[in-house]
Design a protein around this ligand. Sequence first.
Ligand code: HEC
Ligand code: HEC
Ligand code: HEC
Ligand code: HEC
Ligand code: HEC
Ligand code: HEC
Length: 413
Amino acid sequence: MHYRLIAPKTAYCLLILSFVAFSKSSSAQDGKALFQSNCASCHNPVRVVIGPALKGVTDRVPDNKLLHSWIKNNQTVLKSGNKYFTDLYNQYSKVPMNTFPGLTDPDIDAILKYVNSYTVATPGNNGTPTATESDSTLLYGILTIILAVIMLTLLQVNSNLKKLSDDKEGIPSAEPIPFYRNKAYITLLILVLFVIGGYFLVEGAIGLGRNKGYQPVQPIFYSHKVHAGTNQISCLYCHGGAWESKQASVPSLNICMNCHAAINEYKGDKIYREDGSEVNGTEEIQKLYSYTGYDPKSGKYTQAGRPIEWIKIHNLPDYVFFSHAQHIRAGKVQCQTCHGPIQQMSEVRQFADLSMSWCVNCHRTTKVDFPDSAGNTGNKFYNIYEKFHKELKPGDSITVEKIGGTECQKCHY
Ligand code: HEC
Ligand code: HEC
Ligand code: HEC
Ligand code: HEC
Ligand code: HEC
Ligand code: HEC
């Protein structure tokens, strides 16, 4: 029977087709992943964040080599006195961009390709990046289903015709089996459902306990935009623990009172909650006083204080070791790279998903900051690596992965 052979063959073709569809989308993903782990804290493809919107930057800076050297090390480009970038730098109030010596040319091309192909899918998606490649996966999926339906219909027609012609020639043959009773199809269907079901089950299980975007309502409406943004208070003034230790820790009330013993009114720009309702800043400062037991009229602490029960937003599972000092002091990673543009958030929202692949991807692409030839800056702890460093060809770099940043026991107790 001829058509019996067609069925498995077509199934193979479909399988291969869907693999091609998925692998295509995962290679386009690289640029997106690199963009999100390195650039998204300051850039959005289509919106100004801290830096300019990047879509179409290849048209603004047609010199590809110059653009690459800017992204790798903008400081050298600025020192060379390039007019376009000096103007841009002044226009963005001299906010420096990070340097990315660890990014290779193909990495940068992938990032540029991603930002240029970026489209906003729906207006209501809060600007969460949704790129074209996810749409094409859907397209391939729909195409696959349509092809499968056509295939089934054709096979059915084929077997009916065969039956007719057999009958005509008087060859005895069995009734064709409709496809919903055909064992081969049923097995195939079960297999497909099993694979899809398994995929979602595993995805869901891994996602348990992950809270990207988590933004609880805090007991006091304390705005980072007002403090770290408008009033330019350094992150380390309140989160000094991040420089010294594992924990960044949330400041205790006496730190708030250093300023708020004097500042008892809010007179700044209007502030809003996520739902659009306006916040009365002065009332929120009064709440602070009720926690500390401070009486602004007499300027004395009249009642016993009690701590504010801030809701913790970022939470790694207990089996993961993470140290802020290692990243900020030794690694020179900016807070915003991991926490997003906090200085623009009225209410803190979890920016990264804190997944293992998030940590590991950054360790694979970030270069370790060694002391320079004069021995001034950089992480002296790894001086023993300097010898190897010098033996490397110029242009080669040592990523965190090479110093063991992807070894299981570094992150897992
Ligand atoms: C700490 C924030 C920050 C990060 C992280 C950052 N940038 Fe920037 N970027 C800026 C700022 C600010 C400017 C504007 C120029 C200036 O002030 O230095 C800029 C400018 C640029 C420009 C020039 C844009 C134009 O319109 O000509 C490009 C290209 C660029 N960034 C690419 C990147 C890429 C790619 C990454 C990630 C690998 C990245 N940036 C990461 C802040 C950042
Ligand atoms: C004036 C003090 C102050 C300054 C300055 C400040 N913060 Fe905060 N931060 C707080 C307080 C209080 C909380 C807890 C309430 C909340 O989550 O909004 C907090 C919470 C956070 C959280 C969430 C912690 C969690 O629960 O997971 C992050 C992340 C954070 N701050 C980062 C920053 C960064 C980055 C900067 C600098 C741009 C900064 N903070 C500047 C006081 C401060
Ligand atoms: C270094 C000084 C400083 C510290 C420390 C500080 N604040 Fe403020 N705070 C300010 C300034 C400045 C304003 C804005 C006043 C204005 O614009 O009228 C402000 C405004 C506020 C407001 C009203 C606006 C808003 O964000 O809702 C609240 C509430 C507030 N602070 C709470 C806190 C709490 C809680 C802490 C401790 C975690 C704290 N502040 C620590 C300086 C400080
Ligand atoms: C390499 C990524 C990374 C950088 C850089 C980083 N953080 Fe964090 N931060 C995290 C992670 C991961 C957690 C969750 C830690 C946990 O649950 O044990 C966290 C938690 C926090 C918390 C919650 C309290 C705590 O200590 O668990 C605060 C506040 C905070 N970070 C502030 C900062 C500030 C301020 C900076 C810059 C000085 C900064 N972070 C830089 C990744 C980072
Ligand atoms: C934005 C990039 C970035 C992210 C995200 C990041 N790291 Fe790192 N990490 C670094 C850098 C850079 C260093 C090297 C610091 C140094 O010079 O010692 C480092 C070093 C480390 C080390 C020490 C490695 C060693 O060999 O000594 C540990 C442990 C670590 N990170 C854990 C984590 C964990 C856990 C997470 C996720 C929750 C994470 N990191 C996320 C950039 C990152
Ligand atoms: C750079 C830090 C880092 C390194 C290196 C690392 N892990 Fe993880 N791992 C994490 C973080 C963070 C989580 C928590 C993920 C979450 O909550 O979703 C995690 C979670 C896990 C889990 C729980 C399953 C899950 O995804 O939630 C397992 C199992 C695991 N890691 C095994 C390993 C093994 C095996 C290695 C060595 C090949 C390794 N890890 C290396 C950071 C790391």
